[in-house]
Design a protein around this ligand. Sequence first.
Ligand code: TXA
Ligand code: MG
Length: 344
Amino acid sequence: MADTHTLSTKTIFALRDREAAIAQAAKTILEGGIVVIPTETVYGLAANAFNPAAVAAIFAAKGRPNDNPLIVHISDTSMLSKVAVDINDAARALMQAYWPGPLSLVLKKHPNIPNEVSAGLPTVAVRMPENEIARDIIARSGVPLAAPSANLSGKPSPTTAMHAFEDMGGRVPLIIDGGPCTTGVESTVVDLTGAVPAILRPGGITPEMIKSVCGQVQFCAAAAQGQAPASPGMKYRHYAPAAQVSLFSGNKKEVAKNINTMYDIYNEKSLNPAIFCNTNCAALYVGKNTVVLGSTAAQVQASLFAELRNADAAGYGVILFHYEDTMGLAVRNRIEKAAEKPRR
Ligand code: TXA
Ligand code: MG
């Protein structure tokens, strides 16, 4: 494979020249290249899902372990029959309710899908993004796109083209800038191959939203029980800024007491701590370095990854994260993953 690290990277602002962006992205994809594309969740690193060499180049550019499968993105339901088979009623109901949108469905894979995409699993995760630039690029390419988040493996997912450039500049030929991502956390991954829909990764679509359509939903506990993880990506550390991250949750007053105590200890050690919280809790931390992520779950999700990157740029050594249930499970999951990072 060519040394992708010496490639220069061109950025096209799709909001200014949409046609040129879509045409150039589709051309690059059909030539076997990889392109950073905007989606409503996070920026994706996209290639033709039917081209094993192009898919291999995604893993190389990210430094991603090759046992972690990719999500296949489609622009309309007519593409579905080319990527998945045996689609049951629950899957169809979820597609009807939440596609296009931040929901990836794990289905039985079509033989068309190379093992490079599914990491050898008999299943494939499929999603139809809501972002119209993404769907137009897929439609113009005429092929489904395999796309993980466009970050270096282990770093926070990019929610702006600039963040994608920080990680992928010089590694991919083309970045399409579609503005900041509106959802800000990755899609919910749901396994539809069993009797009960199982959430493998919480995301933009909540468990309640899935239950309201399917009548039932479960969380996949395979990894916790020591079995092979159903979603291989969940066994890897993710979303980690350089700063050490600690999550605090529970009784608000006790959390604030603990965070303030820890803050003072880290501050005395010159570790430059910062407190992440929602608007509701900001008053508990007056006079301290505080990053307020927003009021609603949607606002907190949308700002989370950008603020983790900003924290590194600002030189914070420790992030004390005040989690409240109103922030939602997707946020909790990302912070727990970031907190797993080994100490430096
Ligand atoms: O919102 C998103 O999903 C973004 C945008 C770009 O669409 N993509 C994304 O991809 O987050 P990635 O590769 O960063 O995460 C994909 C997750 C991983 O946890 C992976 O293990 C899981 O989906 N996954 C993919 N295919 C799977 C399969 N066949 N069975 C179980 N889990 C699967
Ligand atoms: Mg990712």
